[in-house]
Design a protein around this ligand. Structure first.
Ligand code: ZN
Length: 241
């Protein structure tokens, strides 16, 4: 069984389509770690596509924002404007789908959670090596996939020691070693690489690999401007940060 693990699509339909096309003959199923909406101009089409394709999905903080579960005062001004715009541009069916998403899901030997398995509803950011190592004690499975920081990377622990790698990691899963993997962001990468990021998890080959996919950034940016969303949200897609 091979999975594509997607996170932080952020209503970027161009990036989502490019990733699904890249994954098409590489995987058997799609998993989604949340923040499908917020920032970009195509929340409805992205929710519909993820709803059709993902066999398991969890909620991110942007889902909680548009379904009214989280106070928008926790968001910066751009995120708040985008959340209000998104709320007004999603139909009732899409909102109901997002409202029904769990915070945590388990698929095979992996936990799926948007931010952190330690306190999923607090939306903690796992950024440093120590952040990740601290979280490895908070799930019981071999693997945990997260998003939220929009920066891909991996942390792992075994009796032989700990390891932390940033970027486009390629992991051969060792017996007795447990892993936390950030799959990066499909629709708003923040590691100075504008290409969409996602992970392939090959259960039988015991492999997890981050892939980067070029997409039509200019169209996604133009749609953000045309929608009246903050122009900074379009500009940052070019720089990938
Ligand atoms: Zn996000």
């Amino acid at each position: 069984m091979r999975y594509a693990v997607l996170s932080d699509i952020h209503a970027n339909l161009e990036a989502l389509r490019a990733v699904l096309a890249d994954a098409a003959d590489r995987v058997d199923a799609v998993l989604c770690l949340g923040d499908t909406v917020g920032y970009g101009a195509d929340p409805g089409p992205c929710v519909e596509l993820v709803g059709e394709r993902a066999t398991a999905s969890v909620a991110g903080n942007h889902e909680w924002a548009v379904t009214g579960r989280m106070d928008l005062q926790w968001f910066n001004v751009y995120a708040r404007q985008a959340a209000e715009w998104t709320h007004d541009h999603l139909d009732g069916e899409c909102r109901a789908y997002l409202d029904a998403l769990p915070l945590v899901a388990e698929v095979g030997d992996a936990v799926l959670v948007h931010a952190s398995p330690a306190r999923p509803e607090e939306w903690d950011y796992i950024l440093s090596a120590e952040d990740g190592f601290a979280v490895l004690a908070h799930f019981a499975t071999r693997l945990c996939f997260v998003g939220h920081s929009h920066v891909p990377g991996a942390w792992s622990i075994a009796s032989s020691g700990r390891a932390h790698e940033r970027g486009a990691v390629r992991l051969h899963l060792e017996r007795g070693r447990r892993y936390l993997v950030n799959v990066g962001s499909v629709g708003q990468p923040r590691d100075r690489d504008a290409r969409a990021s996602y992970a392939i998890w090959d259960v039988d080959e015991r492999l997890v690999e981050i892939r980067r996919v070029a997409y039509d950034v200019e169209t996604a940016r133009r749609k953000i401007m045309a929608a009246g969303l903050p122009s900074m949200l379009g500009d940052r897609l070019r720089a990938g940060r």
